[in-house]
Design a protein around this ligand. Sequence first.
Ligand code: NAD
Ligand code: DAU
Length: 335
Amino acid sequence: MRLLVCGGAGFIGSTFARQRLLEHGDQVTVLDKLTYAGREENLADLAGEAGFGFIRGAIEDPEAVVGALTAARAEAIVNFAAETHVDRSIAEPDAFVKTHALGTYVLLEAAREHELPYLQVSTDEVYGSIEEGTFTEESPLRPSSPYSATKTGADLLVQSYFHTYGLPVLICRGSNNYGPYQYPEKLIPLMVLNALHGDRLPVYGDGMQVRNWIHATDFARAIGHVLEHGVPGEVYNAGGPDEEANIAVVRRIIELAGASESQIEHVTDRPGHDRRYSLSSAKVRALGWEPRVRFEEGLAETVAWYRDNAWWWEPIRSGEYRDYYARQYGRALGG
Ligand code: NAD
Ligand code: DAU
Protein backbone atom coordinates (compact mmCIF):
# COMPACT_ATOMS: atom_id res chain seq x y z
CA MET A 1 0.00 0.00 0.00
CA ARG A 2 1.01 3.61 -0.49
CA LEU A 3 0.16 5.38 2.75
CA LEU A 4 -0.04 9.01 3.79
CA VAL A 5 0.79 8.94 7.50
CA CYS A 6 -0.21 12.22 9.15
CA GLY A 7 1.59 12.93 12.43
CA GLY A 8 4.18 10.30 11.54
CA ALA A 9 7.06 12.20 13.18
CA GLY A 10 5.57 11.63 16.63
CA PHE A 11 5.96 8.69 19.00
CA ILE A 12 3.39 6.19 17.70
CA GLY A 13 3.22 7.50 14.13
CA SER A 14 6.97 6.96 13.65
CA THR A 15 6.66 3.47 15.14
CA PHE A 16 3.87 2.73 12.65
CA ALA A 17 5.83 4.21 9.71
CA ARG A 18 8.86 2.03 10.60
CA GLN A 19 6.74 -1.09 10.90
CA ARG A 20 4.80 -0.60 7.66
CA LEU A 21 7.91 0.30 5.64
CA LEU A 22 10.32 -2.32 6.97
CA GLU A 23 7.99 -5.21 7.85
CA HIS A 24 5.15 -4.84 5.34
CA GLY A 25 6.87 -3.30 2.32
CA ASP A 26 4.43 -0.36 2.19
CA GLN A 27 5.40 3.00 0.76
CA VAL A 28 5.08 5.63 3.48
CA THR A 29 4.90 9.39 3.14
CA VAL A 30 4.78 11.27 6.43
CA LEU A 31 2.99 14.63 6.64
CA ASP A 32 3.83 16.36 9.92
CA LYS A 33 3.74 19.92 11.25
CA LEU A 34 6.71 19.23 13.55
CA THR A 35 5.24 20.67 16.73
CA TYR A 36 7.38 20.39 19.88
CA ALA A 37 6.43 16.68 19.94
CA GLY A 38 7.18 15.94 16.28
CA ARG A 39 10.81 15.23 15.56
CA GLU A 40 12.63 14.15 12.40
CA GLU A 41 15.02 12.31 14.75
CA ASN A 42 12.19 9.82 15.28
CA LEU A 43 12.44 8.89 11.59
CA ALA A 44 16.23 9.14 11.22
CA ASP A 45 16.67 5.43 10.51
CA LEU A 46 14.07 5.55 7.69
CA ALA A 47 15.40 8.63 5.90
CA GLY A 48 17.44 6.70 3.29
CA GLU A 49 14.89 3.93 2.69
CA ALA A 50 13.31 3.61 -0.77
CA GLY A 51 9.59 4.16 -0.43
CA PHE A 52 9.88 6.67 2.40
CA GLY A 53 9.10 10.37 2.13
CA PHE A 54 8.70 13.25 4.56
CA ILE A 55 6.75 16.47 4.05
CA ARG A 56 6.48 19.22 6.64
CA GLY A 57 2.93 20.58 6.80
CA ALA A 58 -0.19 20.91 8.91
CA ILE A 59 -3.30 18.78 8.51
CA GLU A 60 -5.45 21.90 8.85
CA ASP A 61 -3.78 23.33 5.70
CA PRO A 62 -5.77 22.06 2.67
CA GLU A 63 -2.95 22.86 0.21
CA ALA A 64 -0.37 20.96 2.25
CA VAL A 65 -2.71 17.99 2.51
CA VAL A 66 -3.51 17.81 -1.22
CA GLY A 67 0.16 18.33 -2.08
CA ALA A 68 1.14 15.47 0.21
CA LEU A 69 -1.57 13.15 -1.14
CA THR A 70 -0.37 13.82 -4.66
CA ALA A 71 3.32 13.38 -3.81
CA ALA A 72 2.54 10.14 -1.98
CA ARG A 73 0.13 8.88 -4.68
CA ALA A 74 -1.68 7.75 -1.57
CA GLU A 75 -4.05 4.79 -1.48
CA ALA A 76 -5.07 5.44 2.14
CA ILE A 77 -4.73 8.09 4.85
CA VAL A 78 -3.80 7.18 8.42
CA ASN A 79 -4.14 10.09 10.84
CA PHE A 80 -2.01 10.20 13.99
CA ALA A 81 -1.63 13.99 13.96
CA ALA A 82 -2.81 15.42 17.27
CA GLU A 83 -1.92 17.40 20.33
CA THR A 84 -1.60 14.56 22.80
CA HIS A 85 -0.77 15.74 26.31
CA VAL A 86 -3.68 16.09 28.74
CA ASP A 87 -1.86 18.59 31.02
CA ARG A 88 -1.12 20.88 28.07
CA SER A 89 -4.80 20.67 27.02
CA ILE A 90 -5.80 21.89 30.49
CA ALA A 91 -3.35 24.81 30.37
CA GLU A 92 -3.81 25.80 26.70
CA PRO A 93 -6.67 24.07 24.85
CA ASP A 94 -6.65 26.14 21.62
CA ALA A 95 -4.25 24.01 19.55
CA PHE A 96 -6.25 20.92 20.52
CA VAL A 97 -9.44 22.37 19.06
CA LYS A 98 -7.69 23.49 15.89
CA THR A 99 -5.84 20.28 15.12
CA HIS A 100 -8.54 17.82 16.17
CA ALA A 101 -11.58 19.64 14.77
CA LEU A 102 -10.30 21.62 11.79
CA GLY A 103 -7.41 19.30 10.93
CA THR A 104 -9.57 16.19 10.92
CA TYR A 105 -12.18 18.00 8.81
CA VAL A 106 -9.58 19.01 6.19
CA LEU A 107 -8.25 15.45 5.97
CA LEU A 108 -11.76 14.00 5.64
CA GLU A 109 -12.61 16.42 2.84
CA ALA A 110 -9.40 15.46 1.02
CA ALA A 111 -10.19 11.76 1.51
CA ARG A 112 -13.69 12.33 0.10
CA GLU A 113 -12.45 14.25 -2.91
CA HIS A 114 -9.77 11.65 -3.70
CA GLU A 115 -12.00 8.67 -2.75
CA LEU A 116 -9.50 7.28 -0.26
CA PRO A 117 -9.99 5.04 2.78
CA TYR A 118 -9.32 6.93 6.00
CA LEU A 119 -8.20 5.61 9.39
CA GLN A 120 -8.41 7.83 12.48
CA VAL A 121 -6.11 6.99 15.38
CA SER A 122 -7.99 7.60 18.60
CA THR A 123 -7.86 6.96 22.32
CA ASP A 124 -9.57 5.16 25.18
CA GLU A 125 -9.94 8.56 26.85
CA VAL A 126 -13.06 9.23 24.74
CA TYR A 127 -14.94 6.84 27.07
CA GLY A 128 -13.86 8.70 30.22
CA SER A 129 -12.95 6.97 33.48
CA ILE A 130 -14.12 3.51 34.59
CA GLU A 131 -13.83 2.34 38.22
CA GLU A 132 -14.61 -1.33 37.49
CA GLY A 133 -15.00 -3.43 34.37
CA THR A 134 -13.81 -2.53 30.91
CA PHE A 135 -14.94 -0.34 28.00
CA THR A 136 -16.19 -1.81 24.73
CA GLU A 137 -16.78 0.02 21.46
CA GLU A 138 -20.45 0.37 22.51
CA SER A 139 -19.67 2.22 25.75
CA PRO A 140 -20.95 5.80 25.97
CA LEU A 141 -18.53 8.59 25.08
CA ARG A 142 -17.83 10.66 28.22
CA PRO A 143 -14.55 12.52 27.73
CA SER A 144 -13.23 14.56 30.67
CA SER A 145 -10.44 16.83 29.42
CA PRO A 146 -10.10 19.28 26.51
CA TYR A 147 -7.74 16.68 24.97
CA SER A 148 -10.23 13.83 25.13
CA ALA A 149 -13.26 16.01 24.31
CA THR A 150 -11.67 17.27 21.09
CA LYS A 151 -10.51 13.73 20.19
CA THR A 152 -14.12 12.60 20.70
CA GLY A 153 -15.37 15.40 18.46
CA ALA A 154 -12.93 14.25 15.76
CA ASP A 155 -14.17 10.65 16.07
CA LEU A 156 -17.79 11.78 15.66
CA LEU A 157 -16.90 13.83 12.59
CA VAL A 158 -15.12 10.81 11.09
CA GLN A 159 -18.20 8.64 11.68
CA SER A 160 -20.44 11.28 10.11
CA TYR A 161 -18.45 11.02 6.85
CA PHE A 162 -19.27 7.30 6.74
CA HIS A 163 -22.98 7.79 7.46
CA THR A 164 -23.45 10.86 5.27
CA TYR A 165 -21.05 10.36 2.36
CA GLY A 166 -20.24 6.65 2.50
CA LEU A 167 -16.52 7.41 2.98
CA PRO A 168 -14.77 4.15 4.03
CA VAL A 169 -13.51 5.22 7.46
CA LEU A 170 -12.09 3.24 10.38
CA ILE A 171 -11.33 4.30 13.95
CA CYS A 172 -8.78 2.54 16.16
CA ARG A 173 -8.75 3.53 19.87
CA GLY A 174 -5.69 2.68 21.91
CA SER A 175 -4.94 2.58 25.62
CA ASN A 176 -1.83 4.17 27.20
CA ASN A 177 1.19 3.58 24.95
CA TYR A 178 4.82 3.35 26.08
CA GLY A 179 8.15 2.52 24.44
CA PRO A 180 11.12 4.24 22.73
CA TYR A 181 10.74 7.74 21.21
CA GLN A 182 7.97 8.94 23.57
CA TYR A 183 8.28 12.64 24.45
CA PRO A 184 9.22 12.98 28.13
CA GLU A 185 6.15 14.99 29.14
CA LYS A 186 4.36 11.62 29.52
CA LEU A 187 4.51 9.57 32.73
CA ILE A 188 6.95 6.79 31.78
CA PRO A 189 9.69 8.70 29.92
CA LEU A 190 9.44 11.60 32.38
CA MET A 191 9.95 9.28 35.33
CA VAL A 192 12.73 7.31 33.59
CA LEU A 193 14.74 10.41 32.69
CA ASN A 194 14.20 12.03 36.10
CA ALA A 195 15.16 8.77 37.81
CA LEU A 196 18.35 8.50 35.73
CA HIS A 197 19.26 12.11 36.56
CA GLY A 198 18.56 11.84 40.31
CA ASP A 199 15.67 14.36 40.01
CA ARG A 200 12.38 14.29 41.92
CA LEU A 201 9.58 12.06 40.61
CA PRO A 202 6.32 14.07 40.64
CA VAL A 203 3.39 11.70 41.30
CA TYR A 204 -0.04 13.34 40.91
CA GLY A 205 -2.30 12.93 43.95
CA ASP A 206 -2.21 9.52 45.63
CA GLY A 207 -0.71 7.77 42.58
CA MET A 208 -3.46 5.12 42.63
CA GLN A 209 -4.81 6.03 39.17
CA VAL A 210 -4.72 2.98 36.92
CA ARG A 211 -3.64 2.89 33.29
CA ASN A 212 -3.91 0.04 30.76
CA TRP A 213 -0.42 -0.12 29.21
CA ILE A 214 0.21 -1.14 25.58
CA HIS A 215 3.61 -1.17 23.88
CA ALA A 216 3.65 1.21 20.89
CA THR A 217 4.71 -1.60 18.53
CA ASP A 218 1.56 -3.52 19.55
CA PHE A 219 -0.70 -0.52 19.02
CA ALA A 220 0.96 0.20 15.65
CA ARG A 221 0.32 -3.42 14.61
CA ALA A 222 -3.31 -3.10 15.69
CA ILE A 223 -3.71 0.01 13.51
CA GLY A 224 -2.17 -1.78 10.51
CA HIS A 225 -4.37 -4.80 11.18
CA VAL A 226 -7.53 -2.67 11.32
CA LEU A 227 -6.49 -0.89 8.12
CA GLU A 228 -6.15 -4.26 6.34
CA HIS A 229 -9.01 -6.21 7.89
CA GLY A 230 -11.43 -3.76 9.52
CA VAL A 231 -15.00 -3.25 8.33
CA PRO A 232 -15.57 0.30 7.04
CA GLY A 233 -17.54 2.48 9.45
CA GLU A 234 -16.47 0.44 12.49
CA VAL A 235 -14.53 1.33 15.65
CA TYR A 236 -11.90 -1.04 17.09
CA ASN A 237 -10.41 -0.79 20.59
CA ALA A 238 -6.81 -1.93 21.12
CA GLY A 239 -5.94 -2.21 24.79
CA GLY A 240 -2.73 -3.50 26.34
CA PRO A 241 -2.42 -6.76 28.26
CA ASP A 242 -1.65 -5.19 31.65
CA GLU A 243 -3.08 -2.59 34.02
CA GLU A 244 -1.00 -0.92 36.70
CA ALA A 245 -1.37 1.89 39.26
CA ASN A 246 0.91 4.86 38.57
CA ILE A 247 2.76 4.52 41.86
CA ALA A 248 3.60 0.88 41.07
CA VAL A 249 4.94 1.95 37.65
CA VAL A 250 7.11 4.61 39.28
CA ARG A 251 8.47 2.15 41.87
CA ARG A 252 9.37 -0.35 39.12
CA ILE A 253 11.14 2.42 37.14
CA ILE A 254 13.11 3.32 40.27
CA GLU A 255 14.30 -0.30 40.56
CA LEU A 256 15.18 -0.57 36.86
CA ALA A 257 17.01 2.78 36.81
CA GLY A 258 18.86 2.17 40.09
CA ALA A 259 17.24 5.26 41.63
CA SER A 260 15.85 5.85 45.13
CA GLU A 261 12.27 5.87 46.50
CA SER A 262 13.18 9.07 48.34
CA GLN A 263 13.00 10.80 44.92
CA ILE A 264 9.18 10.30 44.87
CA GLU A 265 7.23 13.48 45.55
CA HIS A 266 3.41 13.54 45.69
CA VAL A 267 2.30 16.76 43.98
CA THR A 268 -1.05 18.49 43.37
CA ASP A 269 -3.40 16.28 41.39
CA ARG A 270 -4.34 16.94 37.74
CA PRO A 271 -7.74 18.74 37.55
CA GLY A 272 -10.50 16.34 36.44
CA HIS A 273 -8.04 13.43 36.62
CA ASP A 274 -9.49 10.17 35.21
CA ARG A 275 -9.08 7.44 37.82
CA ARG A 276 -8.87 4.35 35.65
CA TYR A 277 -8.84 3.34 31.98
CA SER A 278 -9.50 -0.20 30.79
CA LEU A 279 -10.26 -1.37 27.25
CA SER A 280 -11.72 -4.60 25.94
CA SER A 281 -9.99 -5.58 22.69
CA ALA A 282 -12.29 -8.53 21.89
CA LYS A 283 -13.40 -7.02 18.58
CA VAL A 284 -9.91 -6.50 17.13
CA ARG A 285 -8.75 -9.82 18.59
CA ALA A 286 -11.56 -11.46 16.58
CA LEU A 287 -9.86 -10.00 13.47
CA GLY A 288 -6.64 -11.83 14.44
CA TRP A 289 -4.62 -9.20 16.36
CA GLU A 290 -3.24 -9.65 19.84
CA PRO A 291 -0.64 -7.79 21.90
CA ARG A 292 2.80 -9.44 22.12
CA VAL A 293 4.64 -7.38 24.74
CA ARG A 294 3.85 -7.79 28.45
CA PHE A 295 4.36 -4.64 30.53
CA GLU A 296 7.06 -6.11 32.81
CA GLU A 297 9.33 -6.96 29.88
CA GLY A 298 8.42 -3.89 27.77
CA LEU A 299 9.09 -1.48 30.64
CA ALA A 300 12.56 -2.96 31.29
CA GLU A 301 13.43 -2.62 27.58
CA THR A 302 12.09 0.93 27.53
CA VAL A 303 14.19 2.01 30.53
CA ALA A 304 17.24 0.47 28.84
CA TRP A 305 16.46 2.31 25.57
CA TYR A 306 16.35 5.70 27.31
CA ARG A 307 19.54 4.91 29.22
CA ASP A 308 21.32 4.04 25.94
CA ASN A 309 19.94 6.81 23.71
CA ALA A 310 20.96 10.12 25.23
CA TRP A 311 21.42 11.44 21.65
CA TRP A 312 17.61 11.34 21.38
CA TRP A 313 16.59 13.02 24.64
CA GLU A 314 19.47 15.40 25.36
CA PRO A 315 18.25 18.05 22.85
CA ILE A 316 14.76 17.78 24.38
CA ARG A 317 15.92 18.21 27.96
CA SER A 318 17.93 21.28 27.02
CA GLY A 319 15.19 22.96 24.90
CA GLU A 320 11.50 24.03 25.09
CA TYR A 321 10.84 21.17 27.47
CA ARG A 322 12.67 23.02 30.27
CA ASP A 323 10.14 25.91 30.06
CA TYR A 324 7.22 23.49 29.90
CA TYR A 325 8.55 21.61 32.93
CA ALA A 326 8.95 24.78 35.00
CA ARG A 327 5.40 25.92 34.11
CA GLN A 328 3.82 22.53 34.79
CA TYR A 329 5.72 21.52 37.93
CA GLY A 330 6.57 24.92 39.42
CA ARG A 331 10.27 24.05 39.62
CA ALA A 332 13.20 23.88 37.22
CA LEU A 333 14.03 20.59 35.55
CA GLY A 334 16.82 19.01 37.54
CA GLY A 335 15.41 20.24 40.83
P1 NAD B 1 2.89 12.65 19.77
O1 NAD B 1 2.52 13.87 20.54
O2 NAD B 1 4.15 11.95 20.08
O3 NAD B 1 2.93 13.01 18.21
C1 NAD B 1 1.96 13.78 17.57
C2 NAD B 1 2.49 14.13 16.19
O4 NAD B 1 1.49 14.88 15.48
C3 NAD B 1 3.75 15.00 16.22
O5 NAD B 1 4.68 14.51 15.29
C4 NAD B 1 3.24 16.38 15.83
O6 NAD B 1 4.22 17.17 15.20
C5 NAD B 1 2.13 16.01 14.88
N1 NAD B 1 1.10 17.07 14.76
C6 NAD B 1 0.47 17.71 15.77
N2 NAD B 1 -0.40 18.61 15.27
C7 NAD B 1 -0.31 18.52 13.92
C8 NAD B 1 -0.96 19.18 12.85
N3 NAD B 1 -1.87 20.13 13.08
N4 NAD B 1 -0.64 18.83 11.60
C9 NAD B 1 0.31 17.88 11.34
N5 NAD B 1 0.97 17.23 12.32
C10 NAD B 1 0.66 17.55 13.59
O7 NAD B 1 1.64 11.70 19.87
P2 NAD B 1 1.50 10.12 20.00
O8 NAD B 1 1.57 9.75 21.41
O9 NAD B 1 2.38 9.47 19.00
O10 NAD B 1 -0.04 9.96 19.55
C11 NAD B 1 -0.38 9.75 18.18
C12 NAD B 1 -1.87 9.53 18.08
O11 NAD B 1 -2.26 8.41 18.88
C13 NAD B 1 -2.71 10.70 18.57
O12 NAD B 1 -3.81 10.85 17.72
C14 NAD B 1 -3.16 10.28 19.96
O13 NAD B 1 -4.39 10.88 20.31
C15 NAD B 1 -3.29 8.79 19.76
N6 NAD B 1 -3.13 7.98 20.99
C16 NAD B 1 -2.02 8.15 21.78
C17 NAD B 1 -1.84 7.32 22.90
C18 NAD B 1 -0.65 7.47 23.82
O14 NAD B 1 -0.64 6.84 24.88
N7 NAD B 1 0.38 8.23 23.47
C19 NAD B 1 -2.80 6.35 23.19
C20 NAD B 1 -3.91 6.21 22.36
C21 NAD B 1 -4.04 7.03 21.25
O1 DAU C 1 -5.07 6.51 27.49
C1 DAU C 1 -4.51 6.96 26.30
C2 DAU C 1 -3.90 8.31 26.52
O2 DAU C 1 -2.76 8.10 27.34
C3 DAU C 1 -3.54 9.04 25.25
O3 DAU C 1 -4.70 9.28 24.51
C4 DAU C 1 -2.82 10.35 25.58
O4 DAU C 1 -2.39 10.97 24.38
C5 DAU C 1 -1.62 10.05 26.45
O5 DAU C 1 -1.02 11.25 26.84
C6 DAU C 1 -2.04 9.26 27.68
O6 DAU C 1 -2.82 10.07 28.59
P1 DAU C 1 -2.58 10.03 30.18
O7 DAU C 1 -3.06 11.29 30.74
O8 DAU C 1 -3.08 8.76 30.76
O9 DAU C 1 -0.96 9.94 30.16
P2 DAU C 1 0.17 10.69 31.03
O10 DAU C 1 1.45 10.03 30.67
O11 DAU C 1 0.08 12.15 30.94
O12 DAU C 1 -0.22 10.27 32.51
C7 DAU C 1 -0.34 8.91 32.89
C8 DAU C 1 -0.76 8.89 34.35
O13 DAU C 1 0.32 9.37 35.14
C9 DAU C 1 -1.93 9.80 34.67
O14 DAU C 1 -2.74 9.18 35.67
C10 DAU C 1 -1.29 11.05 35.22
C11 DAU C 1 -0.06 10.52 35.91
N1 DAU C 1 1.12 11.43 35.95
C12 DAU C 1 1.56 11.95 34.77
C13 DAU C 1 2.62 12.82 34.75
C14 DAU C 1 3.10 13.42 33.44
C15 DAU C 1 1.77 11.70 37.14
O15 DAU C 1 1.38 11.20 38.21
N2 DAU C 1 2.83 12.55 37.11
C16 DAU C 1 3.28 13.15 35.99
O16 DAU C 1 4.24 13.93 36.05
